[in-house]
Design a protein around this ligand. Structure first.
Ligand code: BEZ
Length: 418
């Protein structure tokens, strides 16, 4: 990579925003980071246009920079910039500029950040959102009604692919239904008869548990749901899981997973029972933070695996490690793929996106296909969400550290879309 420039600009806001009615929250002060990525080699083999003649294409990125899911937000952002490096930071004749706002882990903060980007920075599109309820509220009540092109980079809330689907909102990640649905069958085939469900008690955890119940034929002996995002002390949940005595199927991610595993390790919980779940709990953000406390042998479902041995994944992991000096995780893949979608769509419309008439750009987004680190990437036209493989992964200790290795690939796991 050559000639890469990253400009860091701090904006401060001191005014109230009155133009939008949504929730009537005033914008006070928000720290925002704008990153402009430009220059560089195009090693991607794509058809990107490197002559940035048009105005900057402004991507507003709202992901957590603090709180429970801060590490996820960092990886989404880093993966996005890594892909921009590959295409010299430009597409469709426009330089792509990323302007960031902090989702934190609550709607008012995410709303302020989104409004600042839309109403003050006049961004061309929004990419972001990690937490299900935040994505659902902002997409359906604020972004879609204004026809602001939006790519959800993580949040899995099923409704965005079902009742709350919009032509202006696509998702590059997953629905909460997806990683777990094949796991019930996997456990049935392994002869697992009893499970305790343990999860963060909000959209993502609740929808994960519901998806599991659709396919698991055994008995749910206990359901342990912890408040989100307030739970720091998991001791009472751990006591209940221990008392139930069954293996666990779970949804935790980020700092929640770290706190949960650290406290479970103190009582040797996963020496006695096996850990299953959607794979976020044992992604590299967690493995690198607490390598000695994670349940080696965990079997989880996810749309990516560190150990997935395909060229695109191996190249991606190497480039990510080189740039950021840490291992990539699924969130970095989602950020990388989101930038890929933006770049290909912008190239397809030759950089043209008229505010208020985004249909050609959205159609270009819907048509994007490519080989991703996760496997073939394409949107399912019904759910506006990837039609993708789910990997059943086992967490193994290898000579190169902790790796989720692929036990089984379930192809074309497509959200029902209704
Ligand atoms: C969600 O809220 O949708 C979510 C958060 C973290 C990881 C996966 C899903």
């Amino acid at each position: 990579m050559s000639d890469q420039l990253e400009r860091y600009l701090d904006f401060r806001f001191g005014e109230e925003v009155h133009r939008r009615d949504f929730l009537r929250l005033g914008l006070t002060t928000a720290g925002m980071l704008a990153l402009a990525a430009c220059g560089g080699d195009n090693g991607a083999g794509t058809t990107s246009d490197n002559s940035a003649a048009g105005p900057d294409f402004k991507v507003g990125m709202v992901v957590p920079q603090s709180k429970t899911y801060a590490a996820l937000g960092q990886s989404l952002h880093d993966g996005f910039l890594l892909y921009l490096d590959k295409v010299g930071g430009k597409a469709g004749g426009r330089k792509i500029v990323v302007m960031q706002g902090d989702e934190e882990d609550n709607l008012p903060a995410a709303q302020k950040a989104t409004q600042a980007l839309v109403e003050q920075q006049n961004v061309d599109m929004i990419c972001g959102y990690v937490a299900s309820p935040i994505a659902d509220a902002l997409c359906t009540q604020y972004l879609a009604p204004q026809k602001i092109p939006t790519l959800v980079m993580n949040a899995g809330v099923n409704a965005l692919s079902r009742a709350h689907k919009s032509p202006y909102v696509y998702r590059t990640s997953f629905t909460n239904w997806q990683p777990t649905h094949p796991m019930g069958d996997y456990l049935n085939n392994q002869g697992v008869k009893k499970i305790t469900l343990a999860y963060a008690k909000y959209g993502a955890g609740i929808e994960t548990a519901a998806s599991f119940k659709e396919t698991f034929k055994g008995q749910i002996v206990a359901e342990v749901a912890t408040d989100w995002p307030s739970t720091v002390d998991f001791s009472s949940a751990i006591s209940k899981i221990s008392a139930a005595g069954a293996d666990v199927y779970s949804f935790y991610s980020g700092q929640d997973a770290i706190n949960f595993f650290k406290q479970a390790k103190q009582v040797g919980l996963f020496d006695k029972i096996k850990f299953y779940g959607s794979g976020f709990a044992v992604e590299q953000d967690v493995l690198q933070a607490i390598p000695d406390a994670v349940p080696v042998g965990a079997v989880t479902g996810l749309h990516w695996a560190y150990g997935l041995d395909v060229k695109e994944n191996n190249d991606f992991k190497t480039a990510f490690q080189k740039k950021y000096n840490r291992q990539a995780d699924v969130f970095a893949v989602q950020g990388y793929d989101t930038a890929h979608v933006v770049v290909d769509a912008l190239n397809a419309v030759k950089g043209k996106l008229d505010k208020g008439s985004p249909d050609p750009f959205m159609q270009a987004i819907a048509a994007v296909t490519f080989k991703s680190p996760r496997g073939d990437f394409k949107f399912d036209s019904n759910s506006h969400n990837p039609d993708q493989s789910i990997y059943v992964r086992e967490l193994k200790k290898t000579s190169s550290g902790l790796v989720n290795t692929v036990l089984q690939t379930v192809p074309h796991v497509v959200d029902p879309g209704q």
